[in-house]
Design a protein around this ligand. Structure first.
Ligand code: ZN
Ligand code: ZN
Length: 410
């Protein structure tokens, strides 16, 4: 890929993504395939005035061996130092950046139960770390880099080298990085569009949303009283504005976990812990999944739904117009970071405290009493389509059209 575009992308991650402050430390969690691009980010971060940049690499192939050879006892152990190496810096105000490069196939044949054991132990132990991002105590962001397996998944008819080039091009298009533009400026302009949508939705203050399409979705999603719509950039508790996801096209808020009813059909496959879940649907009653099925990956879906008390309820509802850049690319990325921006989506599991008025100041019990879902997981799945219709019910009981044919009409 063209080095100018790559350098711009690295810069976008540091400035628009985490918006690193001068003198701030940056922790980078990177998949091992991203090493050469991650080095570019490290350089950009130092150029931007980083105090220190730490990089922790993750290798899915090592994880595969762990699942294969380690006992359940070892898989459920999380050592203090593994958390402290992050927490020590986070407590002192470091920002974090994830550089992902998904490899769907590597963990595909691992025992879902063993993976669930590890996931649960790790999620429980890293609650404090997660709060730094879920509650935006510091700035955080995610960017993605191709690898040959991912590239072949997205572009099956191209040879490896060509597929990687095509995926790079698609990724950079999705984040508006062109050879001859200033992507930082483009992102500033898009911010205004997000703010106007959010303002309108907050003014409507809907009681619930009703989703319908030809796939069979017919779902009522109750919203928390005093919910807040978010999208585009957000402000961390340290007052710095940042973009948690590059790319991003969504506006989102908190459903009432006790008040979701109906049926939802996924419109795109979901990759969870390296496993594909395809052609699935879920039926909700009083906020909980009471029935579900999947043509592929049902066992993985089961493990996910049974993870804990909140994992079979919703923690996010997001509206994404079907004419977004990512949707228009017609590509299926098999990665939530991209696919969630092509389509309206829901998330099973934990909600974001920033989507409830004064949510960041409330305790877990107070939030729960409002209808805020609490869980160890937060897994987005896509259900939007070109014919998605969304109606919103106002506090007076009037129904307002929000989406027609997959896009905003407000
Ligand atoms: Zn979302
Ligand atoms: Zn989400």
């Amino acid at each position: 890929m063209n080095q100018t575009r790559l350098k711009k992308y690295a810069k976008l991650a540091v400035y628009t993504g985490v918006h690193l402050a001068e003198g701030q430390t940056l922790i980078i969690q990177a998949d091992i395939d991203t090493a050469s691009f991650t080095r570019m980010i490290v350089e950009e971060a130092y150029e931007a005035g980083a105090r220190e940049v730490l990089v922790y690499y993750r290798d899915p192939y090592l994880e595969k061996h762990n699942y294969h050879y380690q006992s359940n006892e070892v898989l459920s152990e999380v050592h203090d130092w593994q958390l402290e190496r992050h927490l020590d810096y986070l407590r002192k105000g470091a920002a974090t950046l994830s550089v992902i490069s998904p490899r769907a196939g590597v963990l595909k044949d691992c025992d879902p139960q063993k993976m669930a054991i590890r996931q649960k132990a790790f999620s429980e132990a890293s609650k404090e770390i997660r709060e730094y991002t879920m509650a935006s105590k510091i700035q955080w962001s995610i960017v993605a880099v191709p690898n040959e397996e991912w590239a072949k998944l997205v572009f099956p008819n191209k040879d490896e080298k060509e597929a990687i080039e095509c995926l790079w091009d698609a990724i950079l298009n999705c984040v508006y990085v062109e050879e001859n533009n200033d992507p930082l400026e483009v992102w500033n302009q898009r911010e205004e569009l997000f703010q106007s949508r959010i303002e309108k939705l907050n003014q409507f203050n809907f009681k619930q949303l009703h989703f319908q399409n030809n796939l069979g979705t017919d779902l009522y999603v109750g919203l928390i009283k005093n919910h807040i719509w978010g999208g585009g950039s957000e402000t961390a508790q340290n007052k710095i504005r940042f973009n948690a996801n590059l790319p991003t096209e969504e506006v989102f808020t908190a459903p009432d976990f006790r008040n979701v009813n109906g049926i939802v059909y996924a419109s795109r496959p979901l990759l969870y812990n390296g496993n594909l879940i395809k052609d699935f649907h879920m039926t909700f009653e009083a906020g909980k999944v009471i029935e579900y099925d999947a043509k592929e990956g049902k066992a993985v879906l089961k493990e996910m739904l049974e993870m804990d008390e909140g994992s079979a309820s919703l923690g996010e509802v997001a509206l994404v117009p079907y004419d977004s850049a990512i949707s228009q690319s017609k590509l299926l990325f098999y990665t939530t970071l991209f696919d969630e921006n092509a389509s309206c989506h829901l998330a099973l599991g934990n909600a974001y405290p920033s989507t409830v008025k004064d949510g960041l100041m409330k305790s877990e019990e107070e939030l729960k009493a409002l209808g805020f879902n609490i869980s160890l997981i937060h897994v987005d799945f896509m259900f939007g389509s070109a014919d998605m219709k969304v109606m919103g019910e106002t506090q007076n009981g009037d129904w307002v059209s929000v989406f027609e044919n997959g896009s905003f009409v407000i």
